[in-house]
Design a binder for this molecule. Structure first.
Ligand code: G3P
Ligand code: MG
Length: 249
């Protein structure tokens, strides 16, 4: 079944934003929690500060995940580095800093953890963010056993990543599976389609495999649903529920 599929040196269990619900998303503290729960692969979101430092952050604005306010796109790294990215989650994580992509690369590589780097550009910075992530990843993972999987909802970012570092594997992220998914995967020379778990069916998984691609689904937080998707042969599930859905010990 997987004979003609692209190589997939990744775990089928992927800790969403590092530590799922258990720790503040997209921080090094989250990754340590993910690792402590036995995960060997993390997904995290990367964007550019106003002065072009790659940092981990999901939203366009810093409000939800820090004690600051306003668009991340307008803030230089020195300003972002002053904010508390952990206190919103719980007192135990108060003061947790925003990590740079470089720091997270060092942590994951040093600990044998694979990465799905979601390119999450600030609006209007799609191509430059895709290019910056790909070039940084090429350098940061030089000599590492497992290359990071780069993914994005932003097709412009994927195109730029491909141009900058064609050798790094890519996945097309989609909110809804488009009718022309085969053409889009081919266009960006992707190895995988990363879908909303609501769209996952046995038929779609089989069709993606038959077309010669891998398929992963986000965000799977129901253990029964996780078991079903894995039984159907899905290549990866992203989860926030690290205690209930995790690799076997
Ligand atoms: O990369 C999978 C998943 O993280 C995509 O959605 O909004 O959680 O970044 P989001
Ligand atoms: Mg994400």
């Amino acid at each position: 079944m997987t004979a003609n599929l692209p190589s997939w040196p990744y775990s089928r269990y992927i800790a969403h934003r590092g530590g799922g619900r258990l720790a503040p998303e997209n921080t090094l503290a989250a990754m340590r929690v993910g690792a402590a729960h036995g995960f060997t692969m993390f997904e995290y979101d990367v964007k550019l500060s106003s002065d072009n430092v790659l940092v981990l952050m999901h939203d366009d604005d810093v409000d939800r995940t820090s004690n600051g306010q306003g668009p991340a796109a307008a803030k230089p790294y020195a300003e972002l580095a002053q904010l508390d990215f952990g206190g919103w989650h719980s007192a135990a994580y108060a003061g947790e800093p925003l990590p740079t992509f470089a720091a997270v690369a060092r942590y994951t590589v040093a600990n044998g953890i694979a990465s799905n780097v979601e390119i999450k550009p600030c609006p209007g910075r799609e191509a430059e963010t895709g290019r910056a992530v790909a070039l940084a990843a090429r350098q940061l993972w030089q000599g590492a056993d497992t290359a990071p999987l780069l993914s994005s909802f932003a097709e412009e970012a994927l195109a730029a990543a491909r141009k900058a570092a064609p050798e790094l594997p890519r996945a097309l992220l989609v909110e809804k599976v488009p009718a022309d998914w085969r053409e889009r995967l081919a266009k960006y020379d992707c190895v995988a389609l990363n879908i909303n778990q609501k769209d996952a069916t046995r038929e779609l998984i089989d069709a993606v495999h038959a077309a010669g691609y891998r398929i992963a689904a986000w965000t799977v937080n129901d253990p029964e649903r996780a078991r079903l998707l894995l039984d159907w042969g899905i290549d990866g599930i992203f989860t926030d529920e690290l205690a209930a859905i995790r690799p076997a010990a």
